[in-house]
Write a protein that binds this ligand. Structure first.
Ligand code: FAD
Length: 429
C-alpha cells in the first residue's frame, strides 16, 4: 500500500512500548511475518516489569477463554504450556440480589485460569527466542517525526521506523503518547482486586466455577469471584469503585456465601487497583505510530477477553506494518479493517452495558435471571454476554424476537409498576 518513506525497509527497527500480551504478540508476529517475507527487522520491546521475578502483581484475574488456544496457534504458532494452567473453569454462575443462575451454553474450547505473570513471562520468552530485544526500561518520552521515531527511556534511547503502543491503560505512558501524537486514552472503568486464601478444602468445595455478580448497589457495575490455585480472586468494576465499595460487596448476602467463614467479617489487607477500557481510544493510529490492546480500547465492549483481543490486535498491527506500511493511511485501511471485529460491535456492546447497568441498578436483574431460567433462547443470550462468546451484534440478532420483547415489557411492568418481587429462577435459587 505505502510506497517509499512509509515502507519498512531491510534492517529497520520497530519499537514496542509494553510487553504484556499485546506487545509480546505484536513482536512475535513482526518477527514471524518478516521471516515469511524474507526480510530482517529489528524489534525492541520496552517493558518496565520483570514478569519472571513475579515481583509485581498483575491487575488481571488471568482467565483465558476460547478461542485462546486457536489464537495462540494460528497467530503466534504457540501452544499454551500445561504448566501455566492452575485450574480449568467449567461453569459461570450469575447472581443478582436475590437469585442465582447457572449459565448453560456451548463454547468451542476450554476456559483456563492461569498465573497472569507466568503467561506474560511465557510470551516474552517466546519473543526473545525469535530474536526480539526485550529491554526492561520505562519509556518516558517520544518524538514522532515524518522520517523516524525517537523513543526516550530511563536507560538508553532508541530510533525506530515506527512505534507500537502496547502499554495498556498505564497513565504515564498514555500521557507520553498524548503529548507526542494526537492519540487520546480510551474511557475506562476502575477495578479493584483482592485475594483471599481460604484453604484447599474450601477451594475444592467451590469447584471450577466463576461466580459473577450484578447487584443493585451504587458504584458497582459487576463483580466476580474466581477460584485460582491456592486462593480466590475477588474483583469489582465500576466508575467509582473504592475499598469501601469492595467491603460492601464482600459483606453483601450473595457474596458472603462464597467466602470462607473465617474471612466473612475480615477486612482484606491487600487491594490492587486497575482499569478496564470501555471505549475506543481517539486517534489510535497515525503516521509511524499505532496502538493495540487496552491502549487502543480495542477490546470487546462491556465484558472482557482482553487478553485475546490484545493478542489479536498485536498480530493485526504487525501484519499491517510489514505488508502495508506505517502511514496513517495504511493503518486506517488495513489495520482498522482487521479490527472491525471489535469496532463494529462497540455500539451494540454499549447498548447491552446500559441495559445491564439499568437492570441491576433498579433491582430488575432478579427478573432477568428468572426469564433466562425459563427461556432457553434468553439463557443462551445471557451465557454469551457473560462469557463474551459471541459478538453483541450476533447476540442481539439471535435473541431479539417479538415474544421476548413482550415478556421483557411485561416483567418490567410487574417490577416497576406493580412492584412485585421476582419468583425463583428454574435451575437456580
Ligand atoms: C481487574 C481486571 C481483571 C481482568 N481479568 C481478565 C481476565 O481474566 N481475562 C482476560 O482476558 N482479560 C482480563 N482483563 C483484561 C486484561 O488484563 C487486558 O485486556 C490485557 O492485559 C491487555 O493487554 P495489553 O497487552 O494491551 O496491556 P497490558 O497487559 O496492560 O500490558 C501493558 C504493559 O506495558 C507496560 N508498560 C506500561 N507503560 C510502560 C512504559 N512507559 N514503559 C515500559 N513499559 C510500560 C506495563 O508494565 C505492562 O506490562 C482484566 C483486567 C482487569 C483490570
Amino acid at each position: 500500500m505505502d510506497s517509499g518513506a512509509y515502507r519498512v525497509k531491510e534492517g529497520d527497527t520497530i519499537c514496542v512500548v509494553g510487553g504484556g500480551p499485546g506487545g509480546a504478540a505484536c513482536a512475535i508476529s513482526l518477527k514471524r511475518e518478516a521471516a515469511r517475507l524474507g526480510q530482517t527487522v529489528r524489534v525492541v520491546i520496552y517493558e518496565e516489569k520483570r514478569f519472571d521475578e513475579d515481583r509485581r502483581f498483575n491487575q488481571c484475574i488471568g482467565v483465558l477463554s476460547p478461542p485462546i488456544e486457536d489464537i495462540l496457534l494460528d497467530k503466534l504458532g504457540l501452544e499454551l504450556p500445561a504448566r501455566l494452567i492452575v485450574r480449568e473453569i467449567e461453569k459461570y454462575r450469575l447472581h443478582s440480589d436475590r437469585l442465582s443462575l447457572d449459565l448453560a451454553g456451548d463454547e468451542d474450547g476450554k476456559t483456563y485460569a492461569v498465573s497472569r505473570t507466568g503467561f506474560d513471562a511465557f510470551l516474552l520468552r517466546e519473543a526473545r527466542n525469535l530474536g526480539v530485544e526485550v529491554v526492561h526500561n520505562q519509556v518516558v518520552g517520544l518524538e514522532v517525526g515524518p522520517d523516524e521515531v525517537l523513543v526516550y527511556t530511563d536507560g538508553e534511547n532508541c530510533r525506530a521506523a515506527a512505534i507500537v503502543g502496547a502499554f495498556g491503560l498505564d497513565e504515564g505512558a498514555g500521557r507520553v503518547f498524548e503529548h507526542a501524537t494526537p492519540y487520546r486514552v480510551p474511557d475506562y472503568l476502575n477495578t479493584i482486586i483482592t485475594r483471599l486464601y481460604p484453604g484447599e478444602d474450601f477451594l475444592n468445595r467451590m469447584g471450577p466455577v466463576i461466580q459473577a455478580f450484578m447487584l443493585s448497589f451504587g458504584g458497582l457495575e459487576f463483580g466476580a469471584i474466581t477460584p485460582k490455585s491456592d486462593h480466590i480472586s475477588v474483583n469489582i468494576a465500576g466508575r467509582r469503585v473504592s475499598s469501601e465499595v469492595m467491603l460492601k460487596f464482600l459483606r453483601s448476602a450473595p457474596v458472603q456465601r462464597f467466602l470462607p467463614p473465617k474471612q466473612r467479617a475480615e477486612k482484606p489487607l491487600n487491594y490492587f487497583t486497575g482499569r478496564f477500557p470501555i471505549s475506543q481510544a481517539a486517534h489510535l493510529f497515525g503516521d509511524r505510530y499505532v496502538t493495540i490492546g487496552d491502549a487502543a480500547g480495542l477490546i470487546r465492549p462491556f465484558k472482557g477477553k482482553g487478553i485475546n483481543s490484545a493478542i489479536l490486535t498485536g498480530n493485526f498491527a504487525a501484519r499491517c506494518i510489514l505488508n502495508a506500511g506505517v502511514s496513517r493511511r495504511a493503518f486506517k485501511e488495513v489495520y482498522m479493517k482487521d479490527c472491525e471485529v471489535f469496532t463494529q460491535d462497540l455500539y451494540y456492546g454499549k447498548a447491552m452495558r446500559l441495559l445491564a447497568n439499568f437492570s441491576s441498578r433498579f433491582g430488575f436483574m432478579d427478573r432477568v435471571l428468572k426469564m433466562a431460567g425459563n427461556d432457553p433462547v434468553f439463557m443462551e443470550c445471557m451465557f454469551n454476554c457473560v462469557t463474551a462468546h459471541k459478538t453483541y451484534k450476533e447476540i442481539i440478532r439471535e435473541t431479539a424476537s417479538l415474544s421476548l420483547a413482550c415478556k421483557f415489557v411485561l416483567e418490567g411492568f410487574a417490577h416497576f409498576i406493580l412492584q412485585r418481587p421476582a419468583g425463583p429462577a428454574p435451575g437456580g435459587e
